[in-house]
Structures are given as structure tokens and as C-alpha cells.
Design a protein around this ligand. Structure first.
Ligand SMILES: [Zn+2]
Length: 79
């Protein structure tokens, strides 16, 4: 069986594609998301858990950090 390699890339928000591995609809958000390495094929977090649990944890951490900053300084821009 071919080894599946996943990568975190910055999602441009333009797509709402099905997961490249299981075909389910993904709920992509802006910013870092899971993709098949070397492609722009979205991968859902369930499949991510199977093939790259470490990357899914990283994504969760990134989301938590973003929410934390929004809660602390939400709405304020730096300009
Ligand atoms: Zn999937």
C-alpha cells in the first residue's frame, strides 16, 4: 500500500472540496489546513488522524492559539 504523506499548507479559502482520501465533504477554514503532500487536495481531519495524527494536533493547537488571541485582543488591528 502506498504511503500517504500529508502536509499542512495555508488554505486560500477558495475551495470547498471533498476529502481526497475518503470523499467526505470537508469544512475548510482559512489558514493552515491538511493537504496531500505535493498537491492542493484537501484531507479531512478524520483521515488526518489516521495518517498524520501529529499534524492534526498541530492544527488544533494553531486554532486554539488563534481563538485565544481573538479573545484577548479581538477586533484590534495593529495599524
Ligand atoms: Zn477524509
Amino acid at each position: 500500500m502506498k504511503k500517504i504523506v500529508l502536509a499542512i499548507k495555508d488554505n486560500n479559502c477558495a475551495s470547498n472540496d471533498a476529502c481526497a482520501l475518503c470523499g467526505r465533504r470537508t469544512e475548510p477554514s482559512c489558514g493552515p489546513e491538511l493537504f496531500l503532500d505535493g498537491t492542493w487536495s484537501l484531507v479531512c481531519h478524520e483521515c488526518g488522524e489516521k495518517h498524520a495524527p501529529g499534524l492534526v494536533k498541530l492544527l488544533a493547537l494553531a486554532r486554539d492559539a488563534e481563538e485565544y488571541f481573538q479573545a484577548q485582543w479581538g477586533g484590534h488591528s495593529l495599524d
